[in-house]
Ligand binder design. Sequence first.
Ligand code: ATP
Ligand code: MG
Length: 451
Amino acid sequence: MTITHDALTGAFRDARRQLWLVGGALRDRLLGIASKDIDYATDADPDEVEALVRGLGAHVTTVGKRFGTIGVLLRDGTNEDWSEITTFRGDSYSAGTRWPDVTFGTTIEEDLARRDFTINALAEDAFSHRTLDLFGGEADLAARLIRAVGEPVRRFEEDPLRILRGLRFASQLGFDIEPATFAGMAETAPLLATLSQERITAELDRLLQGLDPAGGLEALRACGALDVVLPELANMAGCEQNRFHRFDVWGHTVATVATIELAPGRKRLRRWTALLHDLGKPAVRHVKANGEWGFYRHETAGAELAAALLERLKLGKSDSLAIASLVRRHMDRPDPEDARSVRRFMARAPGYWRDLLALKRADNASHTYDDNAYHDALEAACERIEREEADRLRAESPLTGDDLVAMFEREPGPWIRVVKDRLSAMVLDGDLAPGDRVAAERTARKLLGRL
Ligand code: ATP
Ligand code: MG
């Protein structure tokens, strides 16, 4: 069964053990932000914690027991969430190793001192509700500051992941980074090269989806972390553009990430797409005949660079494919008055045309000219087609590959894709009715005569 916070507190009180609310849930509650999983710290050792919660009949997980953590399913109203109860820690790090040697501490003070930032190093007594604030965490919450607990350089050397966590919290919460903490990040940024890609990617992903991704990205660049974790993006900074742009490529990229409109479930896709949409620019930049900078076909080069980068980051296949294809398409400029060209625009980004429109609008927002009227007209045309012609947009070739093989008695091969693409394009353009197999066969015969 699931138990409540009160039942848990009662059991620890009866056992004369301490129980403290710690970590992100306490921080978020003090900020007035909803937070799911509650973390607790206690002086009871993991065996005792396990016995106590099992005694309550709780759902328990022991996967983290080696690190001092027992997981327990807690009920709050109708919500159920896993909480972690961790025995006070007194980690000691051996220089150069990635994993702390876990040792158990004896006091909450020692436990809090090993935490990363002051806003994460607060504790609230579960019995008296008294807040324990040893490092000025409440003042930093009020001042909206990310500040390392203790000496920044030493703390980042112990665990360089903290550098990325700090940048991520700055973006996630919209906080500034306290100057000495920032200087420590800059001094230790090269150590980020020792972290696993999974941990780096997870933090970058969260930084990008924060409240203030522009602040987070700018801090990431300014402290030198960008050069280590995203070297592919480093030459965007200082890559100047022509008079239609307010910023260099990096500044424009940051502005695009900050302004792209969000939609439910699309934040990750849209923010990454905005970040990478001009990745091809530094590589293709050239001087045009009129003396201005040109970026001819940067969207094609960018799509390829983005695909390679996303593969290295291991961001996940389906988002990566969608991001690269949106990068490739972001310069498409259909004529809103011409339904045929609007349909092709939509069909080239199947399932993603609203994301593509959002990217185009955000891309435009930092140009020196205003293109809103064009995007409004394009959006209206897309919405009309989606409403009235959804079937046609998704229409496929009236003949399948098997049909074609049987019809022409040819070995399967690349010719099938060529014929099917042509037939589906004709359906899309309205030159072929979706189910008209006879006309489709006639077209296929003509085409194959030429192939
Ligand atoms: P969120 O859950 O939103 O990521 P959080 O602060 O709860 O934020 P967790 O990774 O869940 O982050 O960690 C819980 C707490 O453990 C943190 O608030 C912090 O006190 C401590 N902590 C986590 N990672 C580290 C670290 N690398 N170094 C020091 N303390 C850490
Ligand atoms: Mg947490």
